[in-house]
Design a protein. Sequence first.
Length: 494
Amino acid sequence: MNRISHWVNNKVVAGTSGKSGKVFNPATGKQESEVDLASIADVDAAIASAKAAFPAWRATNLSRRAEIMFRMRELVDANRKEIASLLTQEHGKVPSDALGEVARGLENIEFACGVPAMLKGGYSEQASTGVDVYSIRQPLGVVAGITPFNFPAMVPMWMFANAIMCGNTFILKPSEKDPSASMFIADLLRQAGLPDGVYNVVHGDKVAVDRLLDHPDIAAVSFVGSTPIAKYVYETGTKNGKRVQALGGAKNHMLVLPDADLDMAADAAISAAYGSAGERCMAVSVVLSVETVADALVEKIKSRVPNIKVGAGTDPASEMGPLISREHRDKVAGYVTGAAKEGATVVIDGTDKAKDEGFFLNPSLIDHVKPGMKCYDEEIFGPVLTVMRVKSYDEGLQTINDNQFGNGTAIFTRDGGVARQFQYEVNVGMVGINVPIPVPVSYYSFGGWKASLFGDQHMYGPEGINFYTRGKVVTSRWPDPRTSQVDLGFPHSR
Ligand code: NAD
């Protein structure tokens, strides 16, 4: 059985806990690997190595840091297929989805190559006579990233690239369900010339997460995962004096107005609902259709669903792969079965596929969904698209704003004025206008509102740089015999 251990000081280090987790190939349902689950001592050892590496890494000049990140950019680019195939093996992604994940992660590494330009401070000459004032941004120290199963390569790249370029040292606690990509990336960073201890990986469960949250040498924690754990990580980490950004779950609505291009809207709904088997925090899970066009839209979506090719990611023709685990697959199937009992109309039931050895479901489509039904109130995180009918734009907007989550949303319309009104009024962090999955490019920042994010700073881009640095303002005067005098008053410039 393949064994996956920790990565500390640029090498693989066996765990000492005696505890391990099972890693499956979701397409076959078979266990392929065993992953070490860290003990407190294992986490402490990784933190100690990151702490020891910090002073020299912080002192490493910006050009040298950028040189390493540029090399990392080349290595990830050259290894796109290898990384993607690890995602297929352990997560189940089909090739187009896995390669897309690597490409979007790579964008963050490319952004990070330019971090020196983001670290320029301000400078005010002659703020007072002979006095200059300037601001600088400095790294925090050892920072941790805790990541979910659904983007095993991209989400770590959201975090470590900027964290390291800002001069921090980093500890990643990836999902124990698909841990291999983080180890492959660790070795690429070593090949790129990153010094020992700057990037470390500890695999684990709650024991490892709790240790990262209470260890005094961890300065900040970036978390991406489900809302209950995001809230827990935020509350525990901040109580322990750490800076925390914790991104949680989602329920993303796509509002379709009567003037929309309905074919474009149906294509978008299919791609955004069933891509990655719906296991995306930016997946469209609810189509809110104004009722005058709802029948036509549901018909168009329904007619497209049978064309989706469900299969293993090793088959190049597959468009939608399996779910991450048997338990999760069964939970998702339960939402479809439950919806009929709650009075919704199951237009397409994809749960027959749940009999396969692999963790597959076919796409499901549920119409006439309402708040109060489980399939609406909870995040499903699977290939289940629900449709809710609303009377008007106003009712659609209200529905979105009443939802507990606020990660992504989209409006489909040809009316620019209404689209602008929507972007102004909607209480959601990432908005698409005729774009169903509006994941911001790497030079903006990613983050939701409400129960989709705990903390102040969104992830990556400019807000990522703010998160991984702290500001210092220097007020400076050089000795000048012409202006020197004793003055016990409070310093001021006028
Ligand atoms: P999860 O919350 O179960 O796990 C995330 C991380 O937390 C993992 O590393 C896991 O080991 C750890 N963890 C799990 N249970 C824990 C506990 N009790 N105590 C401490 N740590 C714990 O999430 P997941 O199932 O891996 O990922 C899917 C979820 O992530 C979905 O809710 C999805 O919406 C969300 N997600 C959000 C974003 C975003 O940007 N907002 C992006 C991707 C995924």
